[in-house]
Structure formats: structure tokens, C-alpha cells
Design a protein around this ligand. Structure first.
Ligand code: MLT
Length: 201
């Protein structure tokens, strides 16, 4: 996958892997990683799918309606790439914090829906429920932060609560943070994620 890797100054700190929103790229969320954990190494990924020239992590049929087969295949592809990148860059595969916004948060949610121990922690800004009707792998105690919006026009509050419930049922320790800035990635929710990270890692 197209990516950027930035070596951090604290070898013991978890490595961050960043997943952009639709139309973004591998550099978009590097400043967010820097805010949350300044010493961490950071892997920024670019989604392999193009929608009218805009990179994404999986195909969709229309807004909010996912191409499920592609989602499953791309989730597998990302998982395999993380294993490969850990070897290439020499970071601890078992100590990875995934951070994503919108489409990027959705592919991370899909990773959590399909693989146990895919990551050590996850920060999802404005995620949706990636799939319904499947049994999630057990993720006992997995720390997950969800930044949701009371007035997010793309993700209804009920869907944010549904995702929280599904992850909790799988054993994850979910912190659901409510903002009021629509679908935007706001500074206040990044600060909330930063506080959450300090508490858990
Ligand atoms: C998605 O397709 O993943 C969601 O609709 C979020 C977006 O990228 O707009």
C-alpha cells in the first residue's frame, strides 16, 4: 500500500497507524498522531481504492452503503499489509494503535469486526457500523475510543451507539465521546482522544 513511515523518538511508545477519510492521503493524519503521542513512530496509509479520483479504503455503492465483498477483501489486505510493514520497519506488531477518520475509521472498525488482536487500541473518529449480522471475534478489554457527533449528518447517533454496543459485546472497553460539529474531525475530539490515550497507554 502507498504509505509514509515516520520513525518516532520513543522506541518504547506504541506505533500509530493512520487511516484517512475519503479523498485524503497518507499524510493527512500525521499531525493527529503527533498530538496524541509525540514520541511514537507513525505509519500513514493511503487507501487502495479510487472513487472519482478520491482515495478510499474500500468501495461503496452509494454514500453509506458499502460494497461488502470489497470491504472484506480490503480489510484482509490491510491486515496483511500491517503484518508486512511491521517486518519492514521493525515495529512491534502487537503494539499498534490504529487511528482513522470517517472512511478510515470504518476500515478499522471492519478490522475489529473480522480479526482478534488486529490492534492494541483504536481511535475511531466518526465511524459507522461496517457490517451487520456477523459474530465479532472476542476482543477482551480492547481499548477503543469513538468520536461521534450528535448532529453528524452521515452517522446517526443510533448508529454510533449500535457500534459501541457491538464492540462492547465482543469485550472491548469502549469510550464513546460526543461532539456537536457534524461529521468534522474537531480539535476538541482529538483532545478527548489524547486524554483517553494518556489514561489507557
Ligand atoms: C464511507 O463511505 O466510509 C462513509 O460514508 C464515510 C465517507 O467516507 O464518507
Amino acid at each position: 500500500m502507498k504509505h509514509v513511515f515516520v520513525q518516532g523518538s520513543s522506541p518504547a511508545a506504541p506505533t500509530f497507524v493512520m487511516f484517512h477519510g475519503t479523498g485524503g492521503n497518507e499524510h493527512d493524519l500525521l499531525p493527529i498522531a503527533e498530538m496524541i503521542s509525540p514520541g511514537s513512530s507513525v505509519l500513514g496509509l493511503r487507501g487502495n481504492v479510487l472513487e472519482n479520483g478520491m482515495p478510499r479504503f474500500f468501495r461503496r455503492l452509494t454514500e453509506g452503503v458499502f460494497d461488502e465483498q470489497d470491504l472484506i477483501a480490503r480489510t484482509d489486505e490491510v491486515k496483511a499489509y500491517l503484518d508486512e510493514a511491521a517486518k519492514e520497519y521493525g515495529f512491534d506488531r502487537g503494539s499498534l494503535i490504529a487511528v482513522g477518520y470517517s472512511n478510515g475509521a470504518n476500515i478499522i472498525a471492519s478490522l475489529l469486526f473480522h480479526y482478534a488482536s488486529a490492534v492494541k487500541g483504536a481511535i475511531l473518529f466518526h465511524p459507522m457500523v461496517p457490517r451487520r449480522g456477523i459474530e465479532l471475534p472476542a476482543s477482551p478489554g480492547l481499548p477503543v475510543f469513538i468520536g461521534a457527533g450528535t448532529n453528524d449528518p452521515l452517522v446517526r447517533s443510533a448508529e454510533s451507539e449500535e457500534l459501541t454496543g457491538l464492540l462492547e459485546k465482543a469485550g472491548a472497553a469502549v469510550t464513546l465521546h460526543w461532539g456537536h460539529q457534524g461529521h468534522q474531525l474537531s480539535r476538541s475530539e482529538v483532545e478527548a482522544a489524547q486524554a483517553w490515550y494518556k489514561e489507557h497507554f
